[in-house]
Design a protein around this ligand. Sequence first.
Ligand code: ADE
Ligand code: ZN
Length: 336
Amino acid sequence: MEPLTQFLARLPKIELHVHLESTMPGELLDRFARRQGRRLPRSPGELYCCSAEDLSDFLAFLDRICSYVGTAEELALVAEQFALSCSREGILYAEAILNPTHWPQFPPAQIIAALTEGFDRGQATGGAPCAFTLSLSRTQTETEALQLVETMAACRTHRLAGLSIDGNEALTGPTGRRFRAAFQRAGQLGFGRTVHAGESSGPEGVREALDLLEADRLDHGVRAAEDPALVERLVREQVPLNICLSSNLALLYRDPSQHPLRRLLDAGAAVTLNRDDPTFLGSLTLTEELRRAAEFAAMTREELVGCQETAARAAFCSAETRARLLKTLADFHRTM
Ligand code: ADE
Ligand code: ZN
């Protein structure tokens, strides 16, 4: 049988859960910082070495590194480089998350324009087709959330795929009611809806995401495994779970044996595999993330392809793009 690394290099890959804030190489940020007459806190090669102790630490550090991006052109370059890095490792299609609260220097309308420009340029020069969701922070108000959705409607582009929510639920407590109207409005406008839940929240956060926010898919969702009835529901409704094993092992599970990836696969959950925060995880590639997942959960090759098919079905893309992704995966499957 073909070695796993060779198989994964060849596998057409799809990624739905990766934060653009966590894709900026230290060298690129160093260039941007110098343009502002500033210096990074550490050398570019070591920028991401001091890994955060917990999610709150980590989110505060994200604010800091985003401040080095000073112009819309630099933000477009971040998007362009991400698209190019995806195609270099055989990612067919990716959806990145950007949370405007990490970027107070740019109004959301400017962010939408810059990412669209960057992803367009990336694809035109051989990069993977990419789209993005804009993410609310759990600390925002209902009015701010509704404002963001109205800006998304007014400034919509072919790259803007949906609304998401991230941040630390352990600090804010449940926020489903506060964001219900914004998520409803996003749904009416035809945007995809994805929610970080079941990471810093337990099963109750996952229920809120489904019942109050009507999420089309969940980012993480792994802590749903604490509640067997909820897992049954996720399987029955085939709610896509955008799981990030390396991120979870760094921030969430002190004991790796507690991670439920294998249990969720065995239960028949709709699992996709993703990086979440690659620069903070040692410049993690999706190929390496898949290798780790394969090893960790003893995944078969059928399961690895299955996760890509699940991602193709869960993507907030056009019907034509979905058909193309599924066809590429079916063609690949025949070569196995
Ligand atoms: N923003 C970036 N990474 C995140 C994570 N793992 N959880 C919540 N918000 C995030
Ligand atoms: Zn995430």
